[in-house]
Design a protein around this ligand. Structure first.
Ligand SMILES: [Ca+2]
Ligand SMILES: [Ca+2]
Length: 419
């Protein structure tokens, strides 16, 4: 009996142990599931199209910042492409009044007003010094145009003792067929007699100030000269005066950055897109390395001396270790990048926040995506040879992309709208 009792006790003990082990296994597997469930939940959060508020997430899962990352893919939509204006000669820059009236410059010496399918007026600049790359160039409409009727034009002018480049502020009348007032707000920017490397781009930043991209007029000492306005980016108010945040002494108080070759593109990212920088400048390299540079105060490293020695690097780190590297370089050859813009508006979907630069020599558009911090992500080139040389691309108030061709004689302003 005692033996039977012991056997029964042994069996009971083994069964009990088995039940306990099975219980532990079941509990452990449930716990695993429990771990997985919140994981799945947290992975769904970034996919939601909730507006990105600036609240810090409570838990510090490293996946959370991915909601702020930019998708690097650049897949172009089909476009509806129309010629808005034809028969032009080297149109250089385009901008829009608040009522969407289009203004554009032509390098030979004019500013035109285009509305409802036709040019309603063209202003000719008597003092335009139009040679080579110089003439009537950059254009910007004042963000407060509704209040002040100001537009700004950059031109090589014969008003000085020698040809020089000026930013002039024009006050347009309400019929847009007369200039009530012209004030030359930045004068004395150096111009080559032949017009080479004249810059000159003007654009308002998110800060409400006027930014001016200038050229080195093919003189080697200009870009690093702290007093000359050549080979620089300037930042001024609407009277052309210096503002806070520029480099300061020994630099001319209007200079924001220096060491540039020929700044023909300036583009600003609207603050609501969530990028942590102001914008970019674009300049062409000599025989390699066109550059797209983030806007920041300091040296961008071009110093083509003695004479005009174009064999030096666009960003000469051997001379200036602290010079800013370009965000984008064209590499072992140039595309001849000129003006550009940033895609803004819901019609661009996933492409919103993409830089678009026009290429003269390569006759194409270069699309570049950047991270939130302004670092390079990806690029594609498109429309090669389709329009000829492209002077600039500009986003319009209708969210369409406007291109200016630069072939000479029969140029166009082309509108591209995603279908
Ligand atoms: Ca402009
Ligand atoms: Ca550089």
């Amino acid at each position: 009996m005692k033996k039977k009792y012991l056997i029964a006790l042994g069996i009971i003990t083994i069964v009990t142990l088995l039940v306990i082990v099975a219980g532990i296994i079941i509990l452990a597997s449930r716990k695993e599931q429990n771990i997985n469930i919140p994981d799945t939940t947290s992975n769904t959060i970034p996919d939601e199209e909730t507006p990105a508020d600036e609240e810090e997430p409570e838990d510090e899962t490293p996946q959370q910042p991915q909601t702020q990352e930019v998708d690097p893919s650049i897949i172009l939509p089909d476009f509806e492409i129309t010629t808005v204006v034809g028969g032009l000669d080297h149109p250089w820059d385009v901008d829009f009044l608040p009522d969407q009236t289009m203004l554009f410059t032509q390098r030979g010496g004019s500013l035109s007003v285009f509305r409802n399918g036709s040019t309603i007026h063209t202003f000719d600049f008597e003092d335009a010094y139009s040679r080579g790359e110089g003439g009537v160039l950059g254009l910007a409409v004042d963000p407060e145009y509704s209040r002040n009727n100001y537009v700004y034009v950059c031109l090589n002018s014969s008003r000085g003792a020698n040809p020089e480049i000026r930013v002039v502020r024009l006050k347009l009348n309400s019929a847009l067929n007369n200039i009530d007032e012209r004030t030359d707000i930045v004068t004395g920017m150096p111009s080559a007699d032949g017009g080479r490397h004249s810059g000159c781009q003007v654009e308002f930043g998110n800060d409400g100030y006027l930014w001016v991209g200038t050229g080195d007029r093919a003189v080697g000492s200009e870009p690093q000269d702290p007093v000359s306005l050549g080979g620089k980016i300037l930042r001024v108010n609407r009277d052309g005066r210096a503002i806070e945040g520029n480099l300061g002494s020994p630099y001319d108080s209007r200079i924001f950055s220096y060491g540039h070759r020929n700044v023909q593109g300036l583009l600003f990212f609207p603050t609501n897109l969530g990028f942590s920088f102001e914008g970019f400048s674009i300049e062409q390299g000599p025989d390699m390395n066109d550059e797209i540079n983030i806007l920041r105060p300091g040296n961008f490293g071009w110093n083509p001396i003695p004479g005009y020695n174009e064999s030096v690097p666009m960003t000469d780190k051997s001379l200036y270790p602290n010079a800013f590297d370009a965000m984008f370089e064209s590499g072992s050859r140039t595309f001849a990048l000129s003006g550009g813009t940033v895609l803004v508006g819901n019609v661009w979907g996933n492409l919103q926040g993409t830089i678009v630069a026009g290429a003269l020599k390569d006759e194409k558009l270069t699309f570049v995506k950047v991270n939130r911090d302004g670092s390079y992500l990806s690029t594609i080139n498109a429309f090669e040879g389709q329009f000829g040389r492209i002077r600039t691309a500009q986003i319009g108030p209708d969210q369409a992309l406007y291109l200016l061709t630069d072939n000479g004689g029969n140029d166009s302003i082309i509108r591209m709208m995603p279908k």
